[in-house]
Design a protein around this ligand. Sequence first.
Ligand SMILES: [Zn+2]
Length: 701
Amino acid sequence: MRTVVALAPLVATAALLACAETPPPPAPTPTAPPPSAASSAPSAESQLPSIETDSLDPKVDPCDDFYSYACGGWLAAHPIPPDRATLGRGSALYEQNLVALRTILEHDAAGQGGNDPYARKLGDYYTVCMDEKRAEDRASLDRELARVDAVKDAKALAREVAHVSTLGTASPDGAPLLGWGVTPDYKDATKEDFTLWQSGLGLPDRDYYFDDAAKPDPHKKEVREAYERHVAAMLELSGETPARAKKDAATVLAFETKLAAASVKNVDLRDPTNQYHWVDRAWLEAEAPGFAWKEYLAALGAPELQGLNVAQPDFVKVAAKLVGKTPMADVRAYLRWWVLHTTARALGAKFVDEDFHYQQTLGGAKELAPRWKRCVREIDHDMGEALDVPFVRDVLGDVGKVRAKGMVMRVLDAMRDNIGQLAWMDDATKAAALQKVTAITPKIGYPDHWRNYDALDFGGGSYLDAVAGATVFEAHRQLAKLGKPVDRTEWELPPSTVDAYYRASQNDITFFTGILQPPFFGGHATRAIEYGAIATIMGHEITHGFDDEGRKFDAAGNNRDWWTSSIAAAFESRADCLRDQYGAYTVLDGVHVNGKLTAGENIADLGGMKLAWRAFQAARAEQIDPTPFAVPEEKQFFIGYAQAWCRNLRPEALHTMVSTDPHSPPQYRVDGVLSNTPDFARVFACKEGSQMAPAKRCEVW
Ligand SMILES: [Zn+2]
């Protein structure tokens, strides 16, 4: 994702399509089986309603490892397609969505888009993306590289840093030197801030740049070496001699390593005090000299600023100083690399292949995804609120939206009941927590008002120009928010997304049409399966408002402490229980889950389970489901939960996930949560002391 459209730091997702799928273009095959097709016929005894008996592994004891019991059959039957890093239930669903979106784009490209106001624009975008021959035309790339070579002084340099940050494709992440965006103010969530934050790294995380003597990680070293080779290879493809490319790659690595050293660690970014520092506009020149700030901001198109949020001030100081004292030729090499890095997927085949070759070290995919998938993903990212309009109508519609909303309301009720009963919380903190729950805004399926893309201009006609046009459009859309009240109706991802999120500054929860589909919701799913699969995700997003990060924001979305200090300490010791539990899980030889990095997600997973279970029991108490189940409803609920997370990962993807993703690997999202859930142990009659019914359990909410 480009910085200007990156999710702000305070957006927490459920990640059915987790970050580990982003590095290699997520793009499985269209042949992924329709998720619940095999299991719907209620007639035969072995084909119970919606329980995917084929997905189970009956050889595994559910009290020993429930994930392997519930998913063993599915995992064996769903090897990862060669063009993917992982394949899970969520990504299999995303595959279906891609096929549906492709059909829309093909109609649009053929002039059959009907009344859709953006059919022509979408069709043009798809056509230029699909034109492989045209992608070989280097004119647009050469123009961009010439711009970098023309940089001779500090002012031109700052303008070029701004320009390259509004150039690239949807992936990879980041921008040269600095990231920027427009985000709600941490202390006053009604107003928008221009925000600068740390960026400028081509590797997935700052830790990849260093060898940790205490905890050597050969995988990170391999990735770093592959990255340096990749930088050289891309520069060589752009026209540099092999010797020069190799030298420039070393320069790029050295430059980025200095930025990495000044970057706040991902674990520490969970603390809001590492995300917000409001400063006067004059702070930049006074405290972070060396960089031509005025030219940078003007080139982005930012209005006159009185002040701004410098999220990580030490980083910004170091970055400005670094760019000021590094020889101009070296900074140009760094920018040339970033032009190639950020546009690689919009270039000719040699660049695309080299980019994929490097991405393999992060995800392990064996083949590049077919072009149409890459195009659909890019266009959905850039124009999702145009492309997805017919999709949401077909998949969810108003009826599905109302039904999903009813389920969310039930889970919100469960959260209120739960807070009322918490023994460790005092009345004052409970009252504030209840106020926050009541203020949560649920958003279901798709927005009420669709985004206007009239100003999107595809420019000169190459695919690179089209992508850059979409990025500039998004940059201007963001900048136009400054000086206006925060638009709380906005959606940050396209409706086809197989995911959900909570936003602390808006105190809202969003569930996309992409995830409100069978096997999670609707179709043949029983009530128990729906509660296990989707209500847990609804509860997960609600609980994010009360995790280690979200709890530091109040009902209005402001970063404010509403906790009695002794109760805050009680919360942290409960969170520590989970940090220790997950930190003890080993996923690869000697590599542990990062209990601190994943704390918020693990708190949300456990809370989501508890709330969904309560909501499920409330629904059962109101109405008995007359279906004759061979598997009792309560068992279905837990199987439905576990099977939502079935997912195969290549070792490379698992490494990347554990290093960078705040979500735990799927096995622990299931086993970690259920081993903390006494009702699970009761329903499956797990003996006290078994893996899934340990004597010591954690509970936060
Ligand atoms: Zn989450």
